[in-house]
Design a protein around this ligand. Structure first.
Ligand code: NAP
Length: 283
């Protein structure tokens, strides 16, 4: 069996077209959805991420502001800037790019963002809302994974989903979203003694570890759906995921590639969250 690809670029294009249309409708009412992206320091990967986010906003007709600050910015200065953005009526979403320089407490900064503008979904209020099934912003990467499952018409009810990884930004929210859709969910992590025994039971596997070949063909039940969140480099320096793609695609029914899978969906869901923040503010 050769798995069908879930194409994150194609799905993103479709969803971003819908975002652009809704943004246009909102503009007609005098509100342009606005995202502020705050970058502190010179981290090269972060520079690429923020550029991509700002460009995606522009392409979808959203207003975006990129604020770059020197790594010497103090925590108090950053908190004051976040407060300024909280009070700016033209800004509906605030994203502080992580990681922050070591002298700044990232959690404190995230908690300073108004939950109404927390389009990354990292605020503790957003996490609590997801946990309790209340309205709130969902973290973009797992939200993108849910959209990928939706795009293939996958009904999670009664299915067993195995999430590998338990970070606050991917693994844990992913598990809660799957649970909310009535899957039976297992969360695995570095202290899971027999990962293969877990993944072999799964109808859906989400790999969010950050290590190449964490999931190989012998660990996958025939017909399972495999979503690969990982972003790693192979020996040739090319981007690759956590999943041994060539092997697993022969066993799975659906699989996401890296690149061109979950990655573009993350930015797409950021646009969706920003648009929805603006729609809520307008209403
Ligand atoms: P993270 O905070 O480092 O978490 C990694 C998780 O993997 C941890 O829970 C860790 O367990 C677990 N783990 C490590 N080794 C393992 C093993 N051998 N078996 C099972 N679990 C293991 O990473 P993250 O922020 O969640 O990101 C995960 C990956 O996704 C990274 O490659 C990152 O670059 C990528 N990512 C991609 C996107 C995207 O847009 N595509 C977005 C975000 C992240 P412990 O908790 O026990 O340490």
């Amino acid at each position: 069996m050769t798995a069908q690809l879930i194409d994150g670029n194609a799905l993103s294009k479709q969803l971003r077209t819908q975002v652009a249309a809704r943004a246009q409708a909102l503009k007609a009412k005098g509100v342009t959805p606005g995202l502020a992206v705050v970058l502190v320091g010179e981290n090269p990967a972060s520079q690429v991420y923020v550029r991509n986010k700002v460009k995606a906003c522009e392409d979808a007709g959203l207003h975006s502001v990129l604020e770059k600050y020197d790594a010497s910015m103090t925590e108090a200065e950053l908190l004051a800037r976040v407060e300024g953005l909280n009070n700016d009526p033209d800004i509906h979403g605030i994203l502080v790019q992580l990681p922050l320089p070591e002298h700044i407490d990232a959690q404190k900064v995230i908690e300073a963002i108004s939950p109404a503008k927390d389009v990354d979904g990292f605020h503790i209020a957003s996490a609590g809302a997801l946990m309790t099934g209340m309205p709130g912003f969902w973290p973009c990467t797992p939200y993108g994974c849910m959209k990928m499952l939706e795009s293939i018409g996958y009904d999670l009810k009664g299915k067993h989903a195995v999430v590998i990884g338990r970070s606050n930004i991917v693994g844990k929210p992913m598990a809660l979203m799957l649970l909310q859709k009535n899957a039976t969910v297992t969360i695995c992590h570095s202290a899971t003694p027999d990962l293969k025994a877990m993944t072999l039971q799964a109808d859906v596997i989400v790999a969010a570890v950050g290590k190449r070949n964490v999931l190989t063909a012998d660990m996958v039940k025939p017909g399972a759906v495999v979503l690969d969140v990982g972003m790693n480099r192979n020996d040739e320096g090319k981007l690759c995921g956590d999943v041994d793609f060539d092997g697993v695609k022969e066993v799975a029914s659906y699989i996401t590639p890296v690149p061109g899978g979950v990655g573009p969906m993350t930015i797409t869901m950021l646009l969706v969250n920003t648009l929805e923040a603006a729609e809520s503010a307008a209403n």
